[in-house]
Design a protein around this ligand. Structure first.
Ligand code: ZN
Length: 87
């Protein structure tokens, strides 16, 4: 997948979830697949682009959900599961 395609996927899923990332960027990251800043900027690792689609989507959903829920608590897990099944 190309960086533009990843960004398009992020915005498409964001719309379905009612989340609004301030900015989406793709760059080299050493230790993780993605991150979410307190100000709503999502950053995805360039390495993610070569992973399979299902995994990419899961990472994107995870970060988008952090725009609504900053932790990994029960509600986060529950919602992530339901988004994975429905989106
Ligand atoms: Zn997380």
């Amino acid at each position: 997948m190309k960086p533009e395609e990843l960004k398009a996927l992020v915005y498409q899923l964001a719309e379905s979830m009612g989340a609004s990332p301030k900015e989406v960027q793709v760059r080299d990251m050493k230790h993780k697949w993605a991150s979410c800043s307190a100000k709503g900027r999502l950053t995805f690792s360039r390495d993610l682009l070569s992973q399979d689609f299902g995994f990419i989507k899961e990472v994107v959903l995870h970060e988008l959900l952090h725009l609504k829920i900053p932790n990994h608590g029960k509600l986060f897990k529950l919602l992530l599961k339901s988004y994975k099944e429905t989106l």
